[in-house]
Design a binder for this molecule. Structure first.
Ligand SMILES: N[C@@H](CCC(=O)N[C@@H](CS)C(=O)NCC(=O)O)C(=O)O
Length: 228
């Protein structure tokens, strides 16, 4: 299997944590995609994923799977023993609900702030992001506020249960974790009073499948291009 991605970016980091949790890392050949150079917006990549986004999983028979949740479902069910996406109808439904909430309210909002209210991925990507319009920056700032509201929401959830979707670690935890790392990179801080979310983050960061795959591992050349 091949995965087209870029180390250190939020959705690729979700998949790398899932591969670690499932013990599949050595079965994958990673193919680097130059996001900062807008390689993912050119015809060869768009033929693999018309959305122009990473990650993309390519199976040995040539099947192409994009969307991190779909890739997660595939990898988690490959051995017949899903541990991140639920086993019972109830578990599956709750995990999917929380996963979608994490993506729509947190990661998606951070993404909106990053691409619209900041220089985002830089000049090569600007033609593909959005045209300048009056209020673009204000919209981006509203996404920042939305991301902070999501952090407060997940803090409330984690006051009552150990993990985002209940008693067990799941793909919803991985998405919230990747979303918080993205928020760090974009400069959106977790509210200080979100103590349950902060404590959960420390706990999750020490899990074997998460440790050292936290998404803070941008390639040196990307760090340089971002001026970091
Ligand atoms: N819904 C997609 C989102 C993927 C996504 O936003 N990937 C980011 C990297 S973390 C990307 O490719 N960004 C580049 C862009 O939007 O141009 C998924 O779940 O995989």
């Amino acid at each position: 299997m091949k995965i087209y991605d870029r180390p250190g970016f939020p959705n690729p980091s979700r998949i790398r944590m899932i591969l670690a949790q499932k013990g599949l890392e050595d079965q994958i050949e990673f193919v680097g995609v130059d996001l900062v150079g807008a390689e993912h917006k050119q015809a060869p990549f768009l033929a693999m994923n018309p959305a122009g986004k990473i990650p993309v999983l390519e199976l040995d028979d040539g099947t192409l799977i994009s969307e991190s949740t779909a890739i997660t479902e595939y990898l988690d069910n490959l051995d017949g023993h899903p541990v991140l996406t639920g086993s019972t109808p109830r578990e599956k439904a709750v995990i999917h609900m929380m996963q979608n909430r994490a993506e729509a309210e947190l990661t998606g909002a951070v993404d909106g702030y990053f691409h619209y209210a900041t220089p985002g991925l830089g000049s090569a990507m600007q033609p593909y992001v959005a045209p300048e319009w009056v209020g673009r920056k204000e919209w981006g700032e509203r996404q920042r506020a939305k991301a902070i509201r999501a952090m407060t929401y997940f803090d409330g959830v984690l006051k009552n249960q150990p993990f985002v979707a209940g008693d067990a670690f799941s793909m919803a935890d991985i998405t919230v974790f990747a979303g918080l790392n993205f928020a760090d990179a974009a400069g959106i801080a977790i509210p200080e009073n979100a103590t349950s979310l902060i404590a959960w983050r420390v706990r999750v960061s020490n899990l074997p499948s998460v440790k050292n795959r936290s998404g803070q591992d941008l390639l040196p050349e990307d760090l340089k291009r971002f001026g970091l």
